[in-house]
Design a binder for this molecule. Structure first.
Ligand code: NAI
Ligand code: MG
Length: 333
């Protein structure tokens, strides 16, 4: 059967970068079938729901999707819950892969090639937040053996694929011995049983943050829980060249949803400044990890590297989306 892609542009610059990434994928997979679907804040305002059931069904039917970004109000809106969190939880996209590597021209440092594997469905993002009493709000941090085990299984698979020289479990078990302890012990047991005993290492999250700044090249595969992974991956993507170059893949349950790490960037919407490389590089993750097309993933990443080396300038400004789009497409051939 020909590959199918569920396309969810979402809000803001999601609608600007997703068409570029789709065009790139169509060059690589000419028999691709596209299925458009809605989600996000604008969708909520139109239909009263941020992720309609038809969108979830479309994702399940396609197996693979590309999500742009959504806007979320920073105050509570009755009935609204972040679309991407809903998609991750409803579809069982239990793991988030966030690679960070040096690119020509745009990265502040050479020689970095690390991958952050982030638990994607629980932790502090499990949606269990409530008022205990006036003036005291509670957020529950949920860690389960099942989700930690699924993350560890994915880690073992990815470690084999990239022949990991080091796997770092990042936690805060000295302060959170139950939740972080369960997370750490479950991941460690599985990885050791899979033959990674000599490679598995661990770091407290605060120390890991410092080392990601001071010695990023010493990391290879980082395995961590939801909030820690969210923060560390934004920090680490500085080494790729910033949010405009930070891709991710939500993965699990036989499904995969590619997603640039950045948000809807309301400050640059409509200005032509949105960099589509994060979305384009997210497509490479879909090709590599979901469709098992390492050949096409490498071809795409080579086109991106060549474009950056030969054509990238820091003053692209309002021409960014167009120049990147044309430059990458031209190099894919
Ligand atoms: P943001 O990622 O949208 O923007 C942060 C800064 O980076 C802005 O200055 C923006 O212009 C710049 N930027 C982001 N992506 C860029 C790109 N591709 N090219 C060039 N510049 C880029 O984060 P912010 O401003 O904190 O949030 C804006 C909205 O996005 C909020 O409503 C937030 O809830 C939502 N958001 C959604 C996410 C998602 O859908 N996964 C993730 C993060 C934020
Ligand atoms: Mg984030």
């Amino acid at each position: 059967m020909s590959p199918r892609l569920c396309v969810i542009p979402g809000d803001g610059i999601g609608q600007e970068v997703v068409p570029v990434a789709v065009a790139v994928l169509q060059r690589l997979l000419p028999d691709l079938t596209l299925v458009e679907a809605e989600a996000g804040w604008e969708c909520f305002q139109r239909h009263g729901v941020a992720v309609p059931e038809v969108t979830l069904q479309a994702m399940r039917n396609c197996g693979a999707g590309l999500f742009g970004a959504v806007s979320s109000p920073s105050h509570q809106v009755p009935g609204y819950r972040s679309a991407i969190l809903t998609l991750r939880q409803q579809l069982g996209l239990n793991v988030n892969l966030r690679p960070v590597r040096s690119w020509p021209q745009v990265s502040p440092k050479v020689g970095i090639d690390l991958l952050i594997l982030r638990e994607n469905s629980e932790g502090l993002y499990s949606g269990r937040e409530h008022w205990q009493e006036e003036g005291v709000a509670i957020a529950e941090r949920v860690i389960s053996r099942t989700a930690s085990q699924r993350l560890a299984e994915c880690a073992a698979q990815v470690a084999a694929q990239r022949q990991a020289r080091r796997i770092t479990l990042v936690h805060k078990a000295n302060v959170l011995p139950l939740t972080c302890g369960l997370f750490r012990d479950t991941c460690r047991a599985h990885l050791e049983a899979q033959g990674w005993r000599d490679v598995v290492d661990e770091r407290l999250v605060d120390v890991a943050a410092l080392q990601l700044v001071a010695q990023p090249e010493t990391f290879d595969l980082i395995v961590t829980s939801n909030l820690f992974g969210d923060i560390l991956s934004d920090l680490a993507c500085h080494w790729s060249g910033g949010l405009g170059l930070a891709p991710s893949l939500n993965w699990g349950n036989g499904l995969a949803l590619a997603e640039p790490v950045h948000g809807s960037a309301p400050d640059i919407v409509g200005s032509g400044r949105a960099n589509p490389l994060a979305a384009i590089l997210s497509i490479a993750l879909l090709l590599r990890h979901h469709w098992q097309r390492e050949d096409l993933a490498e071809r795409l990443e080579r086109a991106v590297a060549d474009f950056l080396r030969e054509e990238w300038r820091d003053d692209l400004a309002g021409d960014t989306t167009r120049v990147v789009s044309e430059g990458v497409l031209a190099r894919i051939g």
